[in-house]
Design a protein around this ligand. Structure first.
Ligand code: ADP
Ligand code: MG
Length: 323
């Protein structure tokens, strides 16, 4: 028998609230939530649309996982602690197997970060997935894009360009045959199940001066941070953190181009004064991902990407743009 909208919600999305700050979860016109009294609320929303963010044959577990990941990544970029999520799901048809797997992927990540799904919307139409995330700043310290100062060092977490490489293979721009299975698994996991850098963001709050998560490509997203801060920067191509897989399968300058512009890394790019470097070294010891200094903040506006010989790197495009 065909499941109704309410069967779908009950069967796949309504779980007993895990958090004590959820006074009322899914089932009423609104959820009732009880934020900590002295903290600011962080709120963000993201949409995944078929043929733009994913293809029709995308694995539903991965879609659920990624829907949670990209929202959590926004909280990470603010140095916040995630708490609650909402899900607006538009489905062309009701396929129980698809929904079970989507829900499993979504909750695998929400549960990991102790986030409770507290509401949403379910309707019929072309497949589209929107998640809202709510979280708190810890001790009222949020990492904004606007705090970078001249003299700050620029860092990124993890490695850049792996998702971009996976996407190029998916789009048949690079031949899959050249890759070992383990390498394909690595880059596909980076693309389909990005790790939101929540623990890293929390540790950076109070240490970093500014932060952004890299969704559209380092060059584009760093430029947002620079504009918001009213500063410029130089980034050095030979300091860009490339995974072994990317370094092995691409040659400079193409590897730099991918690392700078391909997007979907969901790593954090952040700035801090040199005086905070010892503190960063201490907190990053438990990060479970590398952090790399890639450049410095300067007074002259704009982003300069510099090759080892001092020449400017000719960026073909800055990053993904919808319009
Ligand atoms: P309303 O019509 O008042 O907006 P709905 O009937 O659409 O409420 O939804 C019933 C309840 O189920 C609400 O609490 C809503 O937040 C929740 N909900 C609807 N769709 C989803 C979903 N995909 N995931 C989680 N909660 C959902
Ligand atoms: Mg209502």
């Amino acid at each position: 028998m065909q499941l109704s909208e309410f069967d779908i919600i009950q069967q796949f999305f309504q779980k007993a609230p895990l958090r004590s700050d959820v006074v009322l979860g899914i089932g009423d016109d609104c959820a009732i939530l009880s934020p900590p009294p002295n903290e600011n609320l962080l709120v963000s929303t993201d949409t995944l649309t078929q043929n733009i963010h994913f293809f029709s044959n995308a694995n539903p577990f991965d879609l659920g996982y990624k829907a949670a990941a990209i929202s959590l990544s926004d909280i990470a970029a603010m140095g916040g602690k995630p708490a609650w999520a909402l899900l607006s799901l538009t489905l062309p048809t009701v396929e129980e197997k698809w929904l079970a797997s989507f829900s499993e992927g979504l909750f695998s990540l929400l549960d990991l970060f102790e986030v409770t799904l507290v509401g949403g919307n379910t309707s019929k139409g072309p497949l589209s997935i929107t998640t809202q995330i709510l979280g708190f700043t810890q001790n009222s310290v949020a990492l904004r894009r606007s705090g970078a100062k001249v003299g700050d060092a620029i860092y990124v977490t993890g490695t850049l360009g792996d998702s971009g490489l996976a996407l190029q293979i998916q789009q048949n721009k690079i031949q899959k045959d050249f890759f070992a299975n383990s390498d394909l698994t690595f880059i596909n996991t980076r693309l389909n199940r990005p790790t939101p850098r929540i623990t890293q963001g929390l540790a950076l709050a109070g240490i970093a001066t500014a932060a952004i998560d890299i969704s559209d490509g380092l060059a584009a997203d760093l430029q947002h941070l620079l504009s918001a801060s009213g500063v410029g920067a130089t980034v050095y191509t030979d300091q860009l953190p490339l995974s072994e897989v990317l370094a092995q399968h691409t040659q400079p300058p193409n590897s730099y181009q991918i690392a700078l512009t391909a997007g979907e890394d969901y790593e954090l790019c952040f700035t801090l004064p040199p005086s905070n470097m010892p503190l960063l070294e201490r907190v990053s010891a438990s990060f479970q991902c590398p952090i790399t200094c890639i450049g410095k903040i300067e007074e002259e506006e704009g982003l300069r990407i510099t090759l080892p010989d001092g020449q400017l790197f000719p960026l073909r495009k800055k990053g993904y743009q919808h319009f």
